[in-house]
Ligand binder design. Structure first.
Ligand SMILES: [Zn+2]
Length: 567
């Protein structure tokens, strides 16, 4: 970017404005802000790129030296953002911006975005070190912990296997309880970590770490609870009905009464996923499908081609490679890549639609004319939302039909897929209620009876019974509470965003068509809509502004809930 020319033209502009007489905004301040933004970009962009490439290489190779390079690059970024003098200057700019002194909207927005990035790093380095060390120690304990049962150690996937397949209630109970044992191992240190994180938040002027994290992500606790209360209302009955059906099937499988179902009777340790109780083979249509070609054809057909992304991506299993999937925008200038491990089944069809959904919502379609600082997605929840909006098509018979994927028994696929989709979303939404409310309350008062708080919430929102007389720190067996704090709610809000944008497309592009019939294939108007309404603003809008811009309304659970009606 040509910062010098920008600054020169601004100086001319500033001079002109001075001659024109007094204005509310100060051209000098705007100029100072632009200079700060340009300097930030010059310094941090190469570090971002280095970190992005190191991260990519590390995940492909699995080599320690690549992970080390990533860490070095990340430390340099942190060092740049923790610079005290820079932050002091930025703080002045932010105050000036809040007074209305910066007349250029995008520059003002850049100041807000940068302020939050730097604020996060203005912590006493000794305290930060203590927090990182403690979090690492707890994570380490998670990694080495093995559930012990019958004198044998079990890996995480062995535990899951028992929970998925065993019909012996006693065995299930023992394995479930053993898997929760890690909670007791880490609970003490977790509490210490929570208190240190709260101390860090207080240093920055926030009442606790939860409030700080939300603030850094342009969210606040009261608004969030209101949104989740609305979501609770709209999902409570459909969830109860879906769960009643699941419970009946589970009880039958274990030859017990529904009333005797306990937490260990669900198929994963937290009942965050839908138990496999429906005889549905969603994988069959994909056994012979070319998943990459389907994605290429689909995205090209809606005017969002991804051939360049595919060419740079690493999509199939290899030794040493990360088993997961992700999409990364390396340079915010079009170098966008996907890492995946495709096998021909429904999971990977959905995952590829998801990751490539992230890839179209990137610097591929966010204009280069925007400053680097805001040339990326508005928020984690909006990019997850877009990815989920496309991911859902792997369970749509109409979509598969139109894409030319042959289904032997379309009616059976339709019924099963709709049910699985619906149950997954409902179950996940109730689980997110527990996570959000637990974390918020835990950071507000870490010394309360957390064991009780956890099970009160699980009973209320997931309708899962607390085992009689159980008094154990079961919340502490969820690693996300340690390693990805105050984050889960964004996935849920992403789902709401996905539904709301999809319903808007049905209304505006398809003239009010039934959203469940709208499948996008072959319609370039969809790509146009996504570009104009969702991608092109980048981070010049916050997530609320973008939701309004794209859908005309604030984010709400209305569309998400409507997706469950009549199915
Ligand atoms: Zn994602």
């Amino acid at each position: 970017m040509c910062a010098l020319r920008l600054i020169l033209s601004l100086m001319v502009l500033a001079a002109l404005l001075c001659m024109a007489g007094p204005v509310a905004a100060s051209p000098e301040t705007t100029e100072r802000a632009k200079k700060f933004i340009a300097e930030h970009e010059d310094k941090v962009r190469p570090l971002d790129i280095a970190a992005g490439i190191a991260w990519w290489n590390a995940n492909i190779s699995g080599k320690d030296e690549d992970f080390k390079k990533k860490e070095v690059a990340q430390n340099k970024i942190d060092e740049a953002l923790s610079n005290r003098e820079k932050f002091a200057e930025l703080k002045k700019l932010k105050e000036a911006k809040d007074r209305g002194d910066i007349d250029d909207k995008i520059t003002a927005r850049c100041v807000d975005v940068l302020y939050l990035m730097y604020l996060e790093k203005q912590v006493d380095p000794a305290l930060l070190k203590k927090i990182t060390a403690l979090a690492n120690a707890v994570e380490q304990k998670f990694n080495v912990y093995r559930a012990k049962f019958d004198g044998q150690e079990m890996t995480d996937s062995e535990v899951r296997k028992v929970l998925k397949n065993s019909i012996d209630s006693e065995r299930r109970r023992n394995v479930w309880e053993a898997s929760k044992g890690v909670g007791a191992v880490v609970a003490g240190e977790l509490k210490e970590l929570v208190k240190l994180r709260n101390e860090m938040a207080k240093q920055l002027g926030f009442k606790n770490y939860h409030a700080l994290q939300l603030h850094l992500n342009e969210q606040n606790g009261d608004d969030l609870l209101k949104l989740f209360d609305d979501l609770d209302q709209l999902t409570r009955d459909p969830f109860a009905a879906a769960k009643a059906d699941i419970d009946q099937r589970l009880a039958r499988n274990y030859s017990i009464k529904v009333a005797d179902l306990m937490p260990w009777h669900y198929h994963d340790p937290f009942f965050q996923e839908s138990p496999a109780v429906y005889q549905a083979n969603l994988d069959a249509p994909f056994a012979k499908a070319d998943i990459v070609q389907l994605c290429r054809d689909f995205y090209a057909s809606i005017g969002l081609p991804i051939d360049d992304v595919i060419a740079r991506s690493d999509l199939f299993e290899r030794p040493g490679k990360s088993p997961h999937a992700f999409c990364t925008d390396i340079d915010r200038a079009g170098d966008v890549r996907v890492l995946a491990n495709i096998v021909p089944n429904e999971y990977w069809m959905g995952t590829m639609l998801h990751e490539l959904g992230h890839s179209v919502y990137s610097s591929k379609n966010i204009p280069m004319s925007l400053p680097y600082v805001v040339r990326f997605e508005a928020h984690i929840l909006t990019t997850e939302g877009v990815a989920m909006q496309f991911e859902r098509f792997s369970k749509s018979r109409a979509w598969l039909d139109k894409m030319g994927v042959k289904i032997d028994d379309p009616r059976a696929f339709d019924e099963a897929a709709a049910k699985v989709q619906r149950n997954q979303l409902l179950i996940f939404s109730r689980w997110c209620q527990v996570m959000l409310r637990f974390e918020k309350s835990m950071y507000e008062d870490p010394d309360q009876d957390l064991n009780k708080l956890w099970w009160d919430l699980v009973e209320k929102y997931q309708l899962v019974k607390r085992p009689p007389h159980r008094n154990a720190p079961d919340y502490a067996s969820k690693i996300h509470i340690v390693s990805a704090p105050v984050y889960y709610h964004n996935y849920m809000m992403g789902q709401l965003f996905a539904s709301q944008v999809h319903h808007t497309i049905a209304k505006e592009v398809y003239n009010g068509a039934d959203p469940s019939m709208v499948i996008y294939v072959g319609d370039k108007r969809v790509g146009d809509f996504m570009k104009k309404k969702v991608f092109e603003p980048g981070r010049t809008l916050d997530w609320q502004g973008l939701t309004k811009h794209a859908t005309g309304e604030a984010l709400s659970p209305k569309s998400f809930a409507a997706d469950f009606k009549g199915k």
